[in-house]
Design a protein around this ligand. Structure first.
Ligand code: AMP
Length: 476
């Protein structure tokens, strides 16, 4: 498969944002917050806004945040509160219908954005259809919206208190009614969600980088199983589920989240730097001349590797920053240049030298294979790949596109075989222990199933396979 229609930065997950902010230009704040979360999903973007007590207006479309919204559209989305979403599909197809926020008005009006993946979506969908509800999308997010919008409890918080324990899987969810903004996180805390404060008001976002851009301060993480409700009475919180095994996604630390986001109290740039330092300790390359990163994802770890090994560091690959997921296909003539449209090697830097190349992860191996070839063509004498994560061998059932097990290069191959396959002089991965040392985290409170096959939620062991859990939902 050509890398041009393959991975171009994060292919997956979603980003969410919500603010209750009478007196603020809430849709503009939502727009910029989503702009900062763009790396979490580039397929569609949307914002819903309303005046307190008014009707919710939703605008969503396929495309990047700055393609979906313009000045005029933002002005039309005025109000006291807003929720927003950026998406790359994990469940359901890539269509306009699946763009979020999802808007429903069953018993109450609700606009909702969700990051994660429900593993009991099919059961809940069947149950709701039997109750006579119809669906416009095939996304599991609409199931959560339908459960909440159709619930008979008068207060949305009471509805959520009953609905949340019934949801299985990963869900960092933000929604608004005509009165307030409510957010909750699944009991295992698989996906991130933070609470921020802007003046006297509160907001929630997938990552703290979204708070920085709008001048909000990070208050804390929303706790696993916790609901926060922000409205006229300020902030109210309720622990909806207690005692679950925590399982925050370790891959957020390694790759997904932006390096300037803070998770578990640490800025990720620092954690990724430590991954590189530990990698240098675990897998030195004493005879190499130079460390280079695969930009941008490998940059913090490459710096750490260079720091710890004492080797010099430089940029041997220059990345075109403007290559996104949606760009014109190169056609036959250019296709053979593959990744060169994204990365250009510098022969003056790498020529005649033994290079350590640091990247954050290998999934299918397409990126690495082409980078090795490109560096050799540019005259590199030796190419030693160093990866700041363990081999990815198992699919993610909790909202990350890791492709299928069969497509993963580490599936059924040991490290030497992978090195041969990728044509590098040596290859080494950071150990799982090394990852936990770098994030200063406890394995029993994280999910590392993509590396270990140890799935923290009951009923999601590897034997089920990705598709068993994501049967396409039938449209009503
Ligand atoms: P691959 O070519 O499939 O081996 O992709 C590996 C590259 O994609 C690495 O440079 C990673 O930074 C990046 N990557 C890792 N995981 C993902 C993911 N789930 N979605 C998109 N890109 C990813």
């Amino acid at each position: 498969m050509s890398t041009l229609d393959g991975r171009e930065g994060p292919r997956d997950e979603c980003g969410v944002f919500g603010i209750y902010g009478p007196g603020h230009d809430v849709s503009r704040l939502a727009y910029f917050a989503l702009y900062a979360l763009q790396h979490r999903g580039q397929e569609s973007a949307g914002i819903a806004a309303a005046d307190v007590g008014g009707h919710i207006m939703t605008l969503r479309d396929l495309g990047l945040v700055n393609q979906v919204f313009d000045e005029q559209k933002l002005r039309a989305l005025g109000g006291d509160m807003a929720v927003g979403h950026v998406r790359y599909s994990t469940t359901g197809s890539n269509g306009w219908d699946n763009a979020q926020p999802v808007h429903r008005s069953d018993r109450r009006e609700v606009a909702l954005g969700h990051n994660g993946n429900l593993i009991n979506a099919v059961e809940l969908h069947t149950e709701l259809r039997e109750r006579g509800l119809s669906f416009r999308s095939t996304s599991d997010s609409e199931i959560i919206a339908a459960l909440l919008a159709s619930h008979e409890a008068e207060r949305i918080e009471d509805a959520a208190a009953e609905v949340v324990p019934r949801l299985k899987g990963a869900f960092s969810t933000v929604l608004m009614t005509k009165d307030n903004v409510v957010a909750f996180r699944d009991p295992a805390g698989l996906r991130p969600l933070v609470l921020g404060r802007i003046g006297e008001r509160y907001c929630v976002a997938s990552e703290s980088c979204a708070l920085d851009i709008i001048g909000a301060e990070l208050v804390r993480d929303v706790a696993p199983g916790e609901m926060v409700s922000i409205g006229a009475d300020g902030l109210q919180t309720r622990q909806l589920v207690t005692g679950a095994r925590e399982a925050f996604c370790i891959f957020e630390y390694i790759y997904f989240a932006r390096p300037d986001s803070r998770m578990g109290g640490d800025v990720l740039q620092a954690a990724r730097g430590r991954m590189g330092e530990i990698l240098a300790r675990e897998a030195p390359a004493p005879n190499a001349d130079l460390v280079i990163p695969v930009p941008d994802s490998g940059a913090p770890a490459a710096r750490g590797y260079a720091r710890a090994s004492g080797l010099p560091q430089d940029d041997g690959l220059i990345k075109n920053r403007y290559v996104g997921r949606t760009f014109i296909q190169p056609g036959q003539e250019l296709r053979k240049h593959g990744l060169r449209l994204k990365f250009n090697p510098l022969p003056e830097i790498v020529g005649g030298r033994s290079i350590v190349v640091v990247d954050d992860s290998i999934v299918r191996g397409n990126t690495t294979r082409q980078i090795v070839e490109m560096l050799r063509d540019a005259g590199a004498r030796e190419v030693h790949m160093r990866i700041s994560a363990p081999p990815i061998k198992h699919p993610c059932h909790y909202g990350v596109d890791m492709s299928t097990r069969e497509e993963m290069i580490a599936h059924g191959r040991d490290v030497d075989e992978i090195a041969r396959e990728l044509n590098c002089d040596s290859l080494a991965y950071l150990s799982l222990e090394g990852v936990y040392e770098a994030v200063r985290g406890d394995r029993e409170r994280h999910c590392d199933a993509c590396f270990s096959g140890r799935y923290p939620l009951a009923g999601t062991d590897d034997a089920n396979g990705k598709y068993a859990l994501e049967l396409p939902l039938v449209r009503a």
